[in-house]
Design a protein around this ligand. Structure first.
Ligand SMILES: [Zn+2]
Length: 216
């Protein structure tokens, strides 16, 4: 989901994307061969889907429609909060479920959070001092500094650069006239956001129909 200023702010399910577009809260963003970005309201997107079908389609009794990958929120201009909250989940996200000592990827259930400098030696519970660690490495390190255990981190832990997603809510439905396929002139200005979207789309999916948009 992009906000009104074409900045990536959130992820949503395909169902929610359709609902937002159908209600006129959002438009679908597509790009043509010349890399111009087009926006579509529901009818325009349905026509576009008929003209240019792809494998991910939703079928109804009378027509098929493409699943939108990027939608533009028409009345929302906030940005996600700048700080990523320090949570267990977010440390796993930052470290990509990878033990920061042996470099192997594990299921989250097989990972611990390790204080690089142990707590009883003044180590803080911060982005800079907490990393993912597999149980074997965690046990081996024990209550020691990495160098004391002859272990080293695969990378220096720091606060992640990505932003948390914002929760987008709309109070009352607002009517929007049909805009059709608008071509925005300042394509260069918003391309960075869409590039971010493309990169983030390769991250693991959330649920079957969900897609993620990273930012920051
Ligand atoms: Zn390990």
């Amino acid at each position: 989901m992009l906000n009104r200023l074409w900045q990536a702010v959130n992820i949503c399910t395909a169902r929610r994307a359709f609902a937002l577009v159908y209600a006129g809260h959002a438009q679908v963003v597509s790009s043509d061969e010349a890399n111009n970005f087009l926006t579509h309201d529901f009818e325009s997107w349905r026509d576009f889907s008929t003209a240019a079908p792809e494998h991910e389609m939703v079928t109804t009794i009378s027509w098929k429609i493409r699943v939108p990958r990027v939608i533009l929120l028409l009345f929302f201009d906030r940005l996600p909060k700048k700080e990523v909250k320090f949570t267990r989940h977010n440390v796993f996200e930052r470290d990509k479920n990878t033990c920061q000592y042996c470099g192997q990827i594990f299921e989250r259930s097989d990972l611990n959070l390790d204080h690089v400098v142990p707590r009883d030696r003044g180590g803080m519970t911060t982005w800079e001092n907490v990393v993912c660690s597999c149980i074997a490495c965690n046990t081996r390190k024990g209550n020691r500094l990495p160098q004391e255990a002859h272990m080293s981190l695969i990378r220096k832990p720091k606060r992640p650069k990505w932003r948390p997603f914002v929760h987008v809510t709309f109070s009352a439905p607002q009517h929007v006239g049909r805009v059709g396929a608008l071509r925005r002139p300042d394509a260069a200005a918003r391309r960075p956001y869409l590039t971010v979207v493309d990169v983030a789309a390769t991250r693991p999916r959330v649920g079957s129909n969900a897609f993620r948009i990273g930012c920051g």
